[in-house]
Design a protein around this ligand. Sequence first.
Ligand code: NAD
Length: 354
Amino acid sequence: MKIAIIAGDGIGSEIIEQGKKVLRTVAHKYNFDFEHKDVLLGGSAIDEKGVPLPEETVEICKESDAVLLGAVGGPKWDKLPGNLRPEAGLLGIRKALGVFANLRPAILFPELAGSSNLKSEVLGNGLDIMIVRELIGGAYFGDKNRIDIEGGKKAWDTIAYTSFEIDRIARKSFEIARKRNKKITLVDKANVLESSKLWREVVEKISTEYEDVEINYMYVDNAAMQLIRDPRQFDVILTENMFGDILSDEASMLTGSLGMLPSASVRGDSFGLYEPVHGSAPDIAGQDKANPIGTIMSAAMMLKYSFNMTAAAENIKNAVSQVLKEGYRTLDIASEGTKVVGTEEMGDIICKGV
Ligand code: NAD
């Protein structure tokens, strides 16, 4: 297994170190080898190479089977022009790697139910929803313009999808659902949008090839409501770019804690770019305060989705769950009666539980 590792900026190096530690521990336990190369992206790349996305980084990521990324950005680089900012490196690497599906799990461990805004009876034994969002089509990339009209202006954005774009992400979602609870909800607005009607047609057709996976259809306005009313009804939510952007943020708030959440950006093969959903948290960088669990869970997603090592991935998730059960918390998720530990110690305790 060849893994490119991008620590990035701010808390990036602290959390990535814990991710690597956990990977080394499971590699030893499950008897596999991984070779990793550290590469630069974002602010650290600007400082060393003068650009946020050095050519060498793109090449090494392309030669790898998967990429694990910490976070990029920080006030030091905020005044640079847009194309030279750390975030340009992040968008650039996603584009260069051709990842078209964003997987955003909303996982709430029962021990952290107090961090959610929802009532405990709605959360039950915790949550584990996977939102699969189309990443490079739809309104954000469609034809858009602004013109002057008599007495005012007119602006438009177009939601356009080809059956090819829907087909590839739908197949990916069915494969993902097979590794989970075998249930997909396609979220759309097929009662009014033509593009949504095409999504339904394509997904319905593909579903006949995956008869072991249950498929449901739901309008996006209802889905936004159901996520709050009864989030446990969902397993995999498949949706287009803009609906996914909104629903994944809504779902992440159900879990209450940014530092816990992993994500992946994937394409048709087994390659993936795995990263926590939070940023580089410059306010706590270098203080051993960052929560490494989002990164550690991203490493677990990498094992599951890029390397098909479901048992090792489950092992990591169970170790995290156990550590939380024993009352260990980083500062961001601490509550009364829990034991506060630093980034490094949290990594060490999770390794012991693997
Ligand atoms: P942020 O996610 O970095 O931080 C928001 C708040 O959450 C801060 O108070 C921070 O201390 C806390 N936080 C975040 N991750 C944490 C963790 N693992 N453990 C404990 N606390 C954590 O968002 P921001 O402050 O808006 O952005 C800071 C920088 O990160 C900016 O330069 C931004 O552009 C960048 N950013 C990068 C990414 C990425 O690399 N994918 C994503 C979002 C923001």
